[in-house]
Design a protein around this ligand. Structure first.
Ligand code: HMH
Length: 209
């Protein structure tokens, strides 16, 4: 029996819950997140997305031809996202030429390491990274201004449909994968869940200084 995206969510429900529910997001919804927390997230997430762009490009390199259409739509969307992050940073007078914090660095190193894994593992990684934000930003319910546009970027119906297509492609890739590759995909999923939780916590901790 081939592993599926849904099975990964079921098997690791606690880890996934922690990846997508965090006081950072709840406090965005409540309007009580502190500017230094939010701005830390924004700058570090921009730096993350730069490396995520490279990961997406790497997946394009190894994906079967029939998966390219959706992956290339994702490449177009990430172009817009990088420009949007730059505009948000300018609005807030934030310097994007900043060092990555250790958690961000660890996540970027992990994405880099994924490049040497078989396509099904990369497809699971891509899907789970996008699903984390798709679910996380919707989880607290309606997020009011000024954070609504952040919630909407990853919570909107088009993005949800894109993530669902990524899941279908990952399932198709896993259908023919060996048990070793399936295990690698499961390990990657669990590691991404841990890194997502740590990334929220990194930004949340910025309030303590
Ligand atoms: C940390 N995970 C993190 N940042 C993001 N922007 C996404 C996932 C979704 O692309």
């Amino acid at each position: 029996m081939a592993l599926t995206c849904q099975q990964l969510l079921d098997r690791h429900s606690q880890l996934w819950h922690n990846a997508t529910h965090h006081p950072f997001l709840d406090q965005c919804a409540a309007g009580t997140i502190k500017p230094e927390q939010f701005n830390t997230w924004l700058v570090q997430d921009y730096l993350f997305v730069v490396e995520f762009t490279r990961m997406q490009a790497q997946v394009v390199r190894v994906a079967p031809a029939e998966h390219l259409d959706i992956l290339l739509a994702g490449m177009v969307a990430i172009k817009d996202e990088l420009n949007w992050f730059q505009a948000k940073a300018t609005e807030r007078s934030l310097d994007l030429k900043t060092q990555r914090q250790s958690t961000c660095l660890e996540y970027c190193d992990f994405m880099h390491s994924i490049a040497s894994t078989p396509y099904p593992v990369q497809a699971i990684a891509l899907w789970s990274i996008e699903l984390a934000y798709n679910q996380g930003w919707q989880q607290p319910g309606t997020i009011p201004a000024p954070y609504d546009e952040f919630a909407n970027r990853w919570g909107n119906p088009d993005f949800t449909a894109y993530v669902d297509l990524l899941a279908q492609q990952a399932d198709a890739a896993l259908a023919n994968a060996s048990s070793t590759v399936q295990q690698q995909a499961e390990d990657a999923f669990a590691q991404i869940a841990r890194l997502e939780q740590a990334f929220w916590q990194m930004a949340f901790n910025a309030a303590e200084s």
